[in-house]
Design a protein around this ligand. Sequence first.
Ligand SMILES: [Fe+2]
Length: 169
Amino acid sequence: MATNTREEYIDWIRDAHGMEMQAAKLLESQIGRVDSYPELKAKFKEHLEVTRRQAERLESCLKRHGEDTSTIKDAMGKMAGVMQTFGGLFPTDEVVKTGIASYTFENMEISSYSVLIGAAEHFGDAETARICTDILREEEEMAGWLKSNIPNVTHQFLSRAETGGPAKR
Ligand SMILES: [Fe+2]
């Protein structure tokens, strides 16, 4: 029996929407926990706004496919388990672990949107393909920023830890 691939495709958009809702929650908590690292804090704030717009654009994709908001909520629960892996741990090197978690999360987003672009093209859903291509670029920008700045954040963390300054976050 053939799989209903269109339903699978809609599920993937729903998962991406849930992923962004969870990303926004994670960023909100991270913004309050990196006070000693103003550049990182500013970047998280900027990406929170980007993330909220991404969620809205994905919601518009779901609505065009006739999905209502109750099914959108389901996907948020699905992603909660994934996010528990990234959140909730506050070790002494918290800012370093935050950097790793953020970079990992961005790369998960990048792979999810790469899948969605292929699926949207498969179903001739040009609008979703265009939106996901834009979002993919935004995630790549954030991942690139993290990749470039994590070494410096780590250096700051170590210097402060060595001199007894506010290092942890
Ligand atoms: Fe995102």
